[in-house]
Structures are given as structure tokens and as C-alpha cells.
Design a protein around this ligand. Structure first.
Ligand SMILES: *[C@@H]1O[C@H](CO)[C@@H](O)[C@H](O)[C@H]1NC(C)=O
Ligand SMILES: *[C@@H]1O[C@H](CO)[C@@H](O)[C@H](O)[C@H]1NC(C)=O
Ligand SMILES: *[C@@H]1O[C@H](CO)[C@@H](O)[C@H](O)[C@H]1NC(C)=O
Length: 288
């Protein structure tokens, strides 16, 4: 008699602690911002999925976000690993703008990570060439066609934005000097290329979010791994060389059916994480 009562109760308890517990969400902010910009998004997540633990990592905020990306990756790595070490069933990583590149690097260098969904929210994943306001803040008097002169030399690479500046008219210099983007995107072979690909492929889902009214990410298709060719014509992800050669695992992920592309119009760069309709259309379903 007794066991027939215990059984359904145990079942209820188990389903409460397993299927109904949402995985923690860890957020990495973008250039010139920090955790406080993610209050609305945190609210959206916790309303849709009550009980979700959301952590926006509090490192390299505001102007400090210009620091060299590998320096940032090192600190974000220990923060992320110590958070992941406290999770049993893994977590989701949601990364905004420049943060998406930091996350790409984290997922490449951390072995045995247990990130399920990697959501890149308007990130210049294939690089940046242009970008009105941000560019003016950093290089007030420089035209975009001249930025390469500041970025493509050893000291230029000491500033984050230079590390993903991708000038389609100076590809040889980009490949020679870019010590970050060209490496994580496997455009430049290095001794860890294979290990990084293997680590990156541990994610279960890659979610790429961006749109034509962004106004900062240039070309906006970079948020979907598209980029300019030498004529400044946008070549989409599947026709990119790094895709064809599966340089960092993108083609494999796509063949697995694990790349989700979400395009939204009418969203300015600083609005992506505050927009509830972006949350319900592109993000919510991947945070379970
Ligand atoms: C997390 O766990 C891994 C593996 O057990 C360990 O190597 C690493 O030092 C831990 N990291 C932190 C920051 O606690
Ligand atoms: C660039 O445009 C020129 C002239 O329209 C064309 O001949 C050339 O093939 C194009 N190059 C690329 C890489 O698309
Ligand atoms: C919010 O996103 C929707 C698309 O999902 C867009 O049409 C709308 O203009 C956006 N609103 C703001 C304020 O960004």
C-alpha cells in the first residue's frame, strides 16, 4: 500500500528537480557596457522561466572593455569556470556584441565546458568594418578606410576593437596582424586549431541574432557570420571560406542542425537586450 503512495510523489519530486529546473544563464556584456545594461533581459528570462539563475559577469565594464581581448578572456575564463563548476547540468551563455567574440574564445579554450546554448546577440562574429558612433568615439578623425593603419601592427592589437577589425581591402595585413579574430575563426592556423574546434563543438546549439537596422555592427550580417568580400559585397555564412573548410566547426554544427539564425528588423544595436519581442522570438526557446 505504502509504496504506491510514495511512487507518484517521488516521480513528482524528480520531475520538479530535473525537467522543470532551468539551466543557469550567464551573460557576457559588450563594448562600453556592463552588467547593469542587462536588468531588463534578466527580468524577461526570470518571468518566462521562473527560478532561473541569471548572472551577468562583472568584468571589464565600460571603458575597460577596450582592453586587449585575450587579457579579458583570461579573467572571464576563471569567472565562467568557477560558475560552471557549481552547475551539475551545464548552463547557457548569452553574449552581446563584442561579448560574443569573448564567448567564442572562451568556448574554444575551455576544455570540457558544459555550455548548452551559445546565444550571440548582435555580435561582430566575422569582424567589423565600419560602425559610425563607436568608431568616432575611438578614432575621432579616422576614416574607416584608414583604421587599418592604426590597427594592423603589433601595438594596435592592444585595443579590443582592433582585434576584430576586418578590413576587406587589406586582407594580407589582417591575416598577419589580427591576433584574435583571425585565430578564433581559424583563418590563421595555429597549434591549437584542432583542440579549439573540438572544444567549441561541445555546445549543443549556436544561436545567431542580428538584423539590418542595427546601425553599429557593420556589415550587420557579421552577426550571422557573413562578411564583405574585397568589393564590399556581403558574402553569407555558408559561402565563407572558414565555413567551407570547417575551420572552427561551424559547418559541422550546421550539418548537425544546430545553428539557429534569427533576423529581426527594427532593432537598433543598444536595443537588442531590452526588446521583449526579440526575447520571445529569438532567445526564450533556447534557454531550457
Ligand atoms: C573548475 O573545475 C576544473 C575541473 O575540475 C578545475 O580545473 C578548475 O580549476 C576549476 N576552476 C575554478 C575557477 O574553480
Ligand atoms: C569585384 O568586382 C569586379 C567588377 O565588378 C569583378 O570583376 C570582381 O570579380 C569582383 N570581385 C569579387 C571578389 O567579387
Ligand atoms: C523590438 O523588436 C521588434 C522585432 O522583434 C521590432 O519590430 C521593434 O521595432 C523593436 N523595438 C525596439 C524599440 O527596438
Amino acid at each position: 500500500m505504502k509504496s504506491s503512495v510514495v511512487h507518484p510523489l517521488l516521480f513528482l519530486l524528480l520531475s520538479y528537480f530535473t525537467s522543470e529546473a532551468y539551466k543557469p544563464v550567464i551573460i557576457v556584456h559588450g563594448l562600453f557596457d556592463g552588467p547593469k545594461q542587462f536588468k531588463a533581459l534578466t527580468g524577461f528570462i526570470q518571468k518566462a522561466h521562473p527560478g532561473t539563475e541569471v548572472t551577468a559577469l562583472n568584468l571589464f565594464n565600460d571603458l575597460l572593455s577596450l582592453r586587449p581581448l585575450w587579457t579579458q578572456v583570461k579573467s572571464f575564463r576563471s569567472a565562467l569556470e568557477s560558475r560552471l563548476n557549481r552547475t551539475k547540468d551545464g548552463a547557457h551563455l548569452l553574449c552581446f556584441s563584442q561579448g560574443g567574440l569573448i564567448c567564442r574564445a572562451l568556448l574554444s579554450v575551455i576544455p570540457n565546458h558544459n555550455i548548452h546554448s551559445f546565444i550571440a546577440l548582435s555580435s561582430p562574429l566575422a569582424g567589423q568594418y565600419g560602425g559610425t558612433d563607436y568608431l568616432k568615439k575611438i578614432f575621432p578623425k579616422t576614416l574607416k578606410r584608414d583604421v587599418y593603419k592604426l590597427c594592423y601592427w603589433t601595438f594596435g592589437q592592444g585595443m579590443s576593437i582592433c582585434q576584430y577589425w576586418n578590413d576587406p581591402h587589406h586582407r594580407d595585413k589582417y591575416l598577419k596582424y589580427s591576433n584574435f579574430l583571425a585565430m578564433i575563426n581559424g583563418e590563421k592556423e595555429h597549434k591549437d586549431t584542432d583542440v579549439w574546434r573540438k572544444n567549441f563543438l561541445r555546445i549543443k546549439k549556436l544561436v545567431l541574432i542580428g538584423g539590418p537596422d542595427d546601425g553599429v555592427i557593420t556589415p550587420w550580417q557579421s552577426s550571422h557570420f557573413g562578411f564583405y568580400n574585397s568589393n564590399e559585397t556581403v558574402v553569407e555564412m555558408r559561402n565563407q571560406q572558414f565555413y567551407g573548410s570547417d575551420a572552427f566547426g561551424l559547418k559541422t554544427l550546421d550539418a548537425r542542425g544546430d545553428v539557429s539564425v534569427c533576423e529581426q528588423s527594427g532593432v537598433k544595436h543598444v536595443q537588442w537586450h531590452n526588446n521583449h519581442s526579440v526575447f520571445t522570438s529569438c532567445i526564450q526557446d533556447w534557454l531550457v
